[in-house]
Design a protein around this ligand. Structure first.
Ligand code: AMP
Length: 548
C-alpha cells in the first residue's frame, strides 16, 4: 500500500512563471482597445492601445533576436514617458534581455560609468537626448547601436543611429516571450549615488511581477480598469513606481506626459484625458498646484495622487484635499525596494475614526507597509526598537522585491535576520505608520541627541512664504553640530530670519531651534528631484548667518 503522503509532489498546480510579459499579454487580450496616450516632443498627442503596444513590443523583440542580442544582455533606454518607451520596455524584457533605464539628468561622468558597468549593448533613446548621447558614445565601447524612438523624419543626424519605426516595421510578432523563467533578470536601475559610484539594482521578472501586485492592492495604489492613470514619475525613476506594469495588469487607460511636466501641460492632460490617478514627486505637484491657484482652475476628474520620492508637506495635502477633493497617497520607497515600501492612504478604522486634523497628521507620515514587505527599526547595533511612535531607528526591510545584493558585487547587503538597511531613520507608531525623521547620513547630532532635520523642514516649509526648506547640521564647538535652516522663498517674496524663527517657535522643541537662517535663490536638486544636502552643506554651511 502506498503511503498517503506519496502524492504530495509540487506539480498539482500549474508552473505559471511570473515573467513581466504576462502583464501586457493580458492587457492586449482582455483590455486591448484601452488607450495609451502620449504627449510628443512637439506637444501634440499620439494615441495607441494596449493591443498595439503589445504587438509593436513583439516586433522589437524580433529585431533584437535577429540582431544577435542574447537573453540577459543589457539594453539601455534614455527616454521620457511615452507609449514607445513602454513598447521598448516590454520588447526588451519580454524577449529576456535586461532593460536598463538611464536617468538623463545624471552627470555625464556618472552615465559613462553606469553604461560601462552595465556593459549595455544597445541604447534606445528619445531624439532630444542625441547631443548628450553623442558625447557619451566615444567613451562607451560596449554600445553597439543607438535606436531613436521616432520615425525616419525625426532621426537625429548622428552617425550610425537607427530610427525605431523603420526598425520594427513589418517585423514578425511570433517571437517567443517569457522563456527565460521568473528568476532571470528583467531590469536594471542604478541608485543616484550621492556618495561614491552609482550602484546597480538588478530586478528579476519575479520581483517585478510580485512588486506590481503588491502595488496594485487596494490599500497600496488600488488601481482599477476604470482608472485613467497619468504616469508623471519618469520610467527611469525606479521603474515609474511600477505604473507601466500595474496599468497593463489592470487594463487602465495609461497617459504619458513626455518631457512636459510643467503645471500648464499637466493640467491640460489631466482634464482632457479624464485622469483619475497620478503619481509624481512633490516638486512637480507643487508646480501644478501653484499653476491652478494662479489661474483659478479646478481639477474635475482627478481622485487620487501618489506622492513620493521625498516627504510630502502639509500644504500639498491640504492643497489637493481642500482645493480639489483629491486624496493624497504619501508613498516612501527606494530603488533598492523596486521601489514601494510604505504608503499612507486609506487609514485603518482606528485612525479613520479620528478627527480631520489628526488624520492629516497620519497622512503626513510615510505610511504603512502593504502585504509583501516587512519592516523593523533598530538601533545602531541592529537591536529592534519599540514601535511606539517615539523611538527612532534605522529602517530595515525584507520582501520578495527588495535587494539582496548589488549588481556585480559579491557581498549580500542583509543583516543576520535577512533585512536590508535602507539608510533612513524613522519611527513606527502603534497603528503601523512609519515616519521618516532623517537619512542616516543627514541626521544632526547635537549634544549627544538626534535632531530630526525633516521635522524642522516640514514646519519651515509650511510657512506661507516658503517654497522649500532644508535643514543641515553645521559643526559647533560645544554641541558638535547645530541645525541651520536654508529657505527658498516663493517667487516675489521677501522675509527675514526672525520671521522663520518665530514661525518655528512653539512648533518644535526649543533645543531644535536653528542657529541660523539663510535664504537662497534656488535649492540644489539631484537627478531625481531630491534636495542635494551634500551640495548644500558644502556651499552654504560657512555662509549661514549665526543667530546671536
Ligand atoms: P531613490 O532610491 O533615489 O528613490 O531614493 C530613495 C530615498 O528617497 C529613500 O531612502 C528616502 O530617503 C527618500 N524618500 C523616498 N520617499 C520618501 C518620502 N515619502 N519621504 C521622505 N523621504 C523619501
Amino acid at each position: 500500500m502506498t503511503d498517503q503522503n506519496d502524492d504530495l509532489l509540487g506539480d498539482h498546480m500549474q508552473a505559471w512563471s511570473m515573467t513581466v510579459d504576462r502583464f501586457i499579454t493580458h492587457a492586449a487580450r482582455w483590455n486591448g482597445q484601452h488607450e495609451l496616450v502620449s504627449r510628443q516632443a512637439d506637444g501634440s498627442i499620439a494615441r495607441s492601445t494596449w493591443e498595439a503596444t503589445a504587438r509593436r513590443a513583439r516586433q522589437l523583440s524580433s529585431v533584437l533576436a535577429e540582431a544577435g542580442i542574447r537573453p540577459g544582455d543589457r539594453i539601455a533606454t534614455m527616454a521620457m514617458n511615452s507609449a514607445r518607451h513602454v513598447e521598448a520596455w516590454y520588447g526588451i524584457m519580454g524577449y529576456g534581455a535586461v532593460c536598463h533605464t538611464l536617468n538623463p539628468r545624471l552627470f555625464e561622468e556618472q552615465l559613462v560609468y553606469i553604461i560601462n558597468h552595465a556593459a549595455d549593448r544597445w541604447l534606445v533613446a528619445d531624439p532630444q537626448f542625441a547631443p548628450l548621447i553623442e558625447k557619451l558614445r566615444p567613451r562607451c565601447p560596449t554600445l553597439e547601436r543607438v535606436v531613436y524612438l521616432c520615425g525616419p523624419a525625426g532621426l537625429p543626424a548622428a552617425a550610425g543611429a537607427a530610427d525605431y519605426e523603420s526598425l520594427i516595421e513589418g517585423r514578425p510578432v511570433d517571437v517567443p516571450w517569457g522563456t527565460v523563467g521568473e528568476h532571470a533578470p528583467a531590469a536594471l536601475c542604478y541608485t543616484s549615488g550621492t556618495t561614491g559610484h552609482p550602484k546597480g539594482v538588478l530586478y528579476s521578472h519575479r520581483s517585478q511581477v510580485l512588486h506590481a501586485l503588491i502595488c496594485a492592492q487596494r490599500d497600496t495604489m488600488g488601481m482599477s480598469v476604470t482608472d485613467s492613470v497619468l504616469a508623471v514619475v519618469p520610467m527611469f525613476h525606479a521603474n515609474a513606481w511600477a505604473l507601466p506594469f500595474t496599468a497593463a495588469a489592470t487594463g487602465a487607460k495609461f497617459v504619458l506626459p513626455g518631457a512636459r511636466l510643467d503645471g500648464a501641460s499637466l493640467y491640460e492632460l489631466l482634464e482632457t484625458e479624464g485622469v483619475t490617478l497620478s503619481a509624481a514627486v512633490p516638486t512637480v505637484w507643487q508646480g501644478l498646484l501653484d499653476y491652478l491657484t494662479t489661474n483659478g482652475l479646478r481639477l474635475k476628474t482627478l481622485r487620487r495622487v501618489i506622492i513620493g520620492g521625498s516627504a510630502v508637506t502639509e500644504g500639498l495635502i491640504r492643497g489637493f484635499r481642500d482645493g480639489h477633493g483629491v486624496e493624497v497617497l504619501h508613498a516612501w520607497g527606494m530603488t533598492e525596494m523596486s521601489p514601494i515600501g510604505t504608503i499612507s492612504g486609506a487609514p485603518p478604522p482606528a485612525v479613520g475614526a479620528m478627527d480631520d486634523d489628526t488624520r492629516l497628521a497620519f497622512n503626513l507620515k510615510q505610511g504603512r507597509t502593504p502585504f509583501g514587505i516587512d519592516m523593523k527599526i533598530t538601533d545602531d547595533d541592529g537591536v529592534r526598537l519599540a514601535q511606539d511612535g517615539v523611538a527612532q531607528g534605522h529602517v530595515r526591510v525584507q520582501g520578495p522585491a527588495i535587494i539582496a545584493r548589488y549588481f556585480r558585487e559579491a557581498e549580500q547587503v542583509l543583516d543576520a535576520e535577512g533585512y536590508f538597511d535602507t539608510g533612513d531613520i524613522a519611527t513606527i507608531d502603534p497603528h503601523g505608520y512609519m515616519q521618516i525623521t532623517d537619512r542616516a547620513k543627514d541626521v544632526i547630532k547635537s549634544g549627544g541627541e538626534w535632531i530630526s532635520s525633516v521635522e524642522i523642514e516640514n514646519v519651515a516649509a509650511s510657512h506661507p512664504k516658503a517654497l522649500m526648506a532644508a535643514v543641515i547640521g553645521v559643526p559647533h564647538p560645544r554641541w558638535r553640530e547645530r541645525p541651520h535652516l536654508i529657505v527658498q522663498l516663493r517667487p516675489g517674496q521677501q522675509a527675514t530670519p526672525a520671521e522663520f524663527l518665530d514661525w518655528l517657535d512653539g512648533k518644535i522643541a526649543k533645543w531644535w531651534m536653528p542657529d541660523g537662517v539663510l535664504f537662497v535663490d534656488e535649492m540644489p536638486l539631484g537627478a531625481t528631484g531630491k534636495l542635494d544636502k551634500k551640495v548644500l552643506r558644502a556651499r552654504y554651511a560657512e555662509a549661514a548667518t549665526v543667530r546671536d
